[in-house]
Design a protein around this ligand. Structure first.
Ligand code: 7TS
Length: 424
């Protein structure tokens, strides 16, 4: 094992933060940004759906399959020990990244959706019954609505919903009124994928804790933009996806406080999550393995570790400054177009803009933008109740990442003018 640790020492030695944020240097790290779509330069503004991947992440996944592939937690042979080491090293990295207290609190899942389903299936079924209430908000992604609806049907609990105002901010006074002795869980999005609203998550958590109610934070949209510290927030659970933070698809994380996870029954049964099995009785493995049944996505996990290294090397402060500049620039440009109406003007926003254009269906906007090489998302963004709240069937959404530029936004805005000219 000592040569494995030497490899690790080398990896640590090359890790050093950048001094200056240079978007051209960053862009060079993302090979897909060099490609053309329909003969035009790709302008990728669909980062809330999934981000692109830097070369270091792509290389790590390839290197795993070329040089390191073996199953984990079982072999005594070199490759199995190496794969296990790399997999568990990523768990430590994530623990440090979100400032969790222990590696036992970091459970690997397929993504945010699976993390939330795990809580609903395990914690929910064990702790909730008829008449109990779960609080969510109007701006939730379907992944933070449907698992709770399924649970409510199974145990007879009820879903309560925090309203939002016309700007896309939570109405906190209404939230405080919803909290009662019936409340058993609050599950809330940190950053809205449709509005870009950054919710006052600390206030939401501390209000729930006054009623001894645990809080789940859906941080799917947070990790590439903001530094999240689970101990500072004091959240009870946190869910996020690797692919929205420069990492591979098929890997995500559920953070849970150790005492809560310990008290929860397993989510799925199978290999790796047991200590012993007989036909009479099975005893379960300890945390976090109790929740990781079957062979996981080892390559993607290692890739996620590299994505975190990359984000830390650039630094969230520098990323936030760059993205806030882009957001302001794009907001001003869109505000100057009379036919455009931006949906969501929250007090605190991150790099997502949803908008509608008078007389043009978002699907047509998306198609014409695509012909110009501009990738945006159109539709309900898996937030149909939010669309109903704003009385629109769909929006067009541009979402930015650290590698986007003002020139790309100019290109996007020109394409919007082109759409308006075409439909006039
Ligand atoms: N929660 C939020 C806030 C999200 O934005 C998403 C995905 C999810 C949960 C689910 O994440 P997954 O990785 O498990 O799929 N959001 C989007 C989006 O905005 N466009 O495509 C997926």
């Amino acid at each position: 094992m000592s040569d494995l640790l030497e490899d690790h020492a080398v990896a640590e030695a090359v890790f050093c933060p950048i001094d200056v944020f240079d978007v051209d240097v960053i862009r060079d790290d993302f090979p897909i940004l060099r490609r053309r779509i329909h003969g035009k330069h790709l302008v990728y503004l669909d980062n809330a759906a999934t981000t692109q991947k830097p070369q270091v992440v792509i290389d790590a996944v390839q290197e795993y399959y070329e040089q390191q592939n073996a199953n984990i937690h079982r072999g005594v042979h070199y490759l199995s020990e190496l794969a296990t080491h790399l997999y568990e090293e990523t768990r430590q990295k994530i623990r440090q990244f979100i400032n969790a207290g222990s590696d036992k609190e970091i459970v690997f899942t397929r993504g945010t959706t699976e993390s939330i389903n795990l809580i609903a299936s395990s914690y929910g079924k064990a702790k909730m019954g008829p008449g109990d209430e779960i609080i969510i908000s109007t701006m939730e992604h379907h992944s933070n609505i449907v698992p709770w609806q399924l649970l409510c049907e199974q145990v007879g609990a009820k879903l309560r919903v925090i309203p939002i105002d016309n700007d896309g901010d939570l109405v906190l006074e209404e939230y405080y009124k919803l909290l009662s002795e019936k409340t058993k869980l609050v599950s809330i999005v940190h950053i809205s994928n449709t509005l870009g609203t950054i919710n006052p998550i600390k206030e939401v958590i501390s209000a729930a804790h006054k009623h001894d109610v645990p809080v789940v934070v859906d941080a799917a949209q947070s990790m590439a933009h903001l530094r999240v510290d689970v101990r500072e927030l004091d959240c009870d659970f946190l869910a996020f996806s690797g692919h929205k933070m420069l990492g591979p698809t098929g890997i995500g994380v559920l953070y849970g406080k150790e005492a809560l996870l310990n008290a929860m029954p397993p989510y799925q049964g199978g290999g790796d999550m047991i200590l012993s099995v007989s036909f009479e009785k099975t005893t379960f493995n300890e945390l976090p393995h109790k929740f990781e049944a079957g062979t996981p996505n080892i390559a993607a996990t290692i890739g996620l570790g590299k994505a975190i290294d990359y984000l830390l090397r650039v630094g969230h402060e520098k990323i936030a400054v760059h993205e806030d500049n882009l957001l302001e620039y794009a907001n001003e440009a869109l505000a100057a177009i009379p036919e455009v109406r931006v949906i969501g003007q929250a007090r605190q926003k991150t790099s997502v803009i949803s908008f509608v254009v008078d007389g043009v269906h978002p699907h047509d906007i998306g198609t014409i933008l695509d012909q110009n090489g501009v990738a945006v998302r159109t539709g309900h963004h898996c937030t149909q109740p939010l669309m109903q709240r704003f009385n629109v069937p769909a929006t067009t959404r541009a979402s930015f990442a650290l590698y986007n530029t003002r020139e790309e936004i100019n290109h996007f805005i020109e394409a919007i003018y082109g759409v308006i000219r075409l439909f006039k």
